[in-house]
Design a protein around this ligand. Structure first.
Ligand code: CAA
Length: 258
């Protein structure tokens, strides 16, 4: 998978690391940048050897939001015609575990991109905000819904109506991030987490993730239905047989991914 101007693709065995690369604009998510990100994610999603994907933005900013320069003169028809909002749907459809490694600003679409991931590892320098209100707009890439589900209605309402940021520590206490670590550790911490998930049987990871994400976006009843279906399906995998046999034989499992 080749690097592009906006996204650098690295590989560490079964873990892929995508680095957003537009530092001069704090990784503002222009349509070209989002297209490059979606293309890279879809290509890694199709690669069976990849078991987890990290999205990183470097030390200064994860991403400072959608590109304001590109949006400033937009009409509603421009947004419909160019389909810029559909990039977020493409990211949502990725099937591999996604881990956001957040250092510095995760603002607007940057915060929404982190929330499209399954886990968020934050540097102590991370700041999360939905500042769209200050521009006369509102979040448009899932922020009103995902933030409220992640940190609760009242805290989300405050962030979205004031546009003010919260610190990494506040985000951790509110349940928005999994871990907060010193700046020099955030990517290594994300890599460790990714490697651990990558070592688990991939079909079980995929179906468990699907049940969680589906339930997050729907009713308890529908989520329970998917859980029941996916749980049952896993009894058709070699890894279920191997995992349970290994436990009973008191040895480490050797998962084949089948
Ligand atoms: N779009 C375009 N360019 C951006 C940008 C953005 N979202 N964020 C930062 N930049 C650019 C700046 O214009 C600046 O460029 P120049 O050097 O050419 O002037 C460069 O990045 C560095 O930014 P600052 O000088 O502003 O850096 P700072 O450290 O003083 O401030 C910041 C950092 C507080 C994040 C500030 O840049 C900022 O407020 N950015 C905008 C954040 C924002 O409003 N995001 C929401 C966008 S709308 C959205 O995301 C909609 C959606 O839901 C999909």
């Amino acid at each position: 998978m080749p690097d592009t101007e906006y996204v650098i693709v690295g590989r560490e065995d079964t873990v892929a690391v995508l680095t957003l690369n537009r530092p001069e604009a704090l990784n503002a998510l222009s349509p070209a940048m989002l297209a490059a990100l979606c293309d890279a994610l879809e290509s890694l999603d199709a690669d069976e050897a990849v078991r987890a994907i990290i999205i990183d933005g470097g030390q200064r900013a994860f991403a400072a939001g959608a590109d304001i320069q590109a949006m400033a003169q937009s009409t509603p028809m421009d947004i419909v015609r160019t389909g810029t909002l559909s990039y977020w749907q493409r990211i949502r459809r990725v099937n591999k575990p996604l881990i956001a490694a957040v250092s510095g600003y995760a603002y607007g679409g940057g915060c929404e991109l982190a929330m499209l991931c399954d886990l968020i590892v934050a540097s102590e320098t991370a700041r999360f905000a939905q500042p769209e209100i200050k521009l006369g707009i509102m979040p448009g890439a899932g922020g009103t819904q995902r933030l409220a589900r992640a940190i609760g209605f009242y805290r989300a309402m405050e962030m979205i109506l004031t546009g003010e940021p919260i610190s990494a520590r506040q985000a951790y206490e509110a349940g928005l991030v999994n871990r907060v670590v010193p700046p020099e550790r955030y990517l290594d911490e994300a890599l460790e987490l990714a490697r651990l998930i990558a070592s688990r049987p991939p079909v079980a990871v995929r179906l468990a993730r699907e049940a969680l994400r589906y339930g997050y976006e729907s009713t308890l009843r529908d989520g329970l239905e998917i859980e029941r279906r996916n749980f049952t399906l896993l009894f058709d995998t070699q890894d279920q047989k191997e995992g349970m046999r290994a436990f009973l034989e008191k040895r480490s499992p050797d998962f084949s991914g089948r």
